[in-house]
Design a binder for this molecule. Structure first.
Ligand code: ZN
Ligand code: FE
Length: 260
């Protein structure tokens, strides 16, 4: 099974998974890059489209792709899609040519946001997580609460460490600038930032990234780590500092990033 990142707009990736003569795509905000790939691979048929959430940069290509290919669409049960499709939520079964997906509810960026995890035979698992988890960062809280996002990230963190995390945006370098400011003594983070900078210089994607790497470097997955907690406390006034619980620390970290 082949995993391909199709760049779209200025910093989106439309993930394409090819299984022999079949392909699926995730979050096609634009139909053009997908249709161009399909033209270059005339023996491959697009037969499934997965959608993580309702934002335009993730669903904008749906109508055109369905019209051109007849692919079926699976998206979040709790959000409105621009085309007819199957609404999914946590625990719903989803199978694609022998590959079984686990659907996870990951509210925070949007309220109905879902993620898809699967383990292709003989390969590391895959996670399509839309705008929930980014390399070195996480999605903005447009609809959900910090408590919901922290819980969603905790649940993604519990997936196998060798999971290949397929985020919907190439935000890595700017996320890592913030991560280094929060967690300056984290050496794996420093090394990872250097490696990502080199990849971007060569116009290569920094994704997918192993979940185990994210657990070591991403401040939003490490908000309970003493180093990260201390940095957040230091930024808040002393009288608030002691009262901060896990969710407040996470919320303060997220607002810090918004202002960074
Ligand atoms: Zn979004
Ligand atoms: Fe997005």
């Amino acid at each position: 099974m082949k995993l391909i990142a199709l760049p779209a707009f200025s910093d989106n990736y439309i993930w394409l998974l090819q299984n022999d003569r079949h392909a699926l795509v995730v979050d096609p905000g634009d139909s053009a890059p997908v249709l161009a790939w399909l033209r270059e691979h005339p023996s491959v048929q697009l037969d499934l489209i997965l959608v993580t959430h309702h934002h335009a940069d993730h669903v904008g290509g749906l109508a055109e792709l369905v019209a051109q290919t007849g692919a079926s669409v699976c998206g979040p049960a709790l959000e409105k899609m621009p085309v007819d499709g199957l609404g999914l939520q946590e625990g719903d079964p989803l199978e694609w040519h022998g590959l079984h997906f686990k659907v996870l509810d990951v509210p925070g960026h949007t309220l109905g946001h879902i993620a898809f995890w699967a383990q292709p035979e003989g390969q590391d698992p895959l996670l399509f997580c839309g705008d929930t988890l980014f390399s070195g960062g996480c999605g903005r809280l447009f609809e959900g609460t910090p408590a919901q996002m922290l819980d969603s990230l905790d649940r993604l963190s519990a997936l196998p460490g060798n999971t290949r995390v397929c985020c919907a945006h190439e935000y890595t370098l700017s996320n890592l600038k913030f991560a280094v400011a929060v967690d300056p003594t984290n050496m794996p983070l420093r090394h990872y930032a250097q490696a990502c900078a080199e990849l971007r210089q060569q116009q290569q994607p920094t994704l997918p990234v192993a979940l185990s790497t994210e657990l070591a470097i991403n401040p939003f997955l490490r908000s309970r780590h003493p180093q990260v907690t201390a940095a957040v406390r230091q930024r808040n006034t002393p009288d608030q500092a002691e009262a901060l619980d896990d969710v407040s620390i996470f919320a303060a970290l997220r607002s810090w990033k918004n202002e960074f």
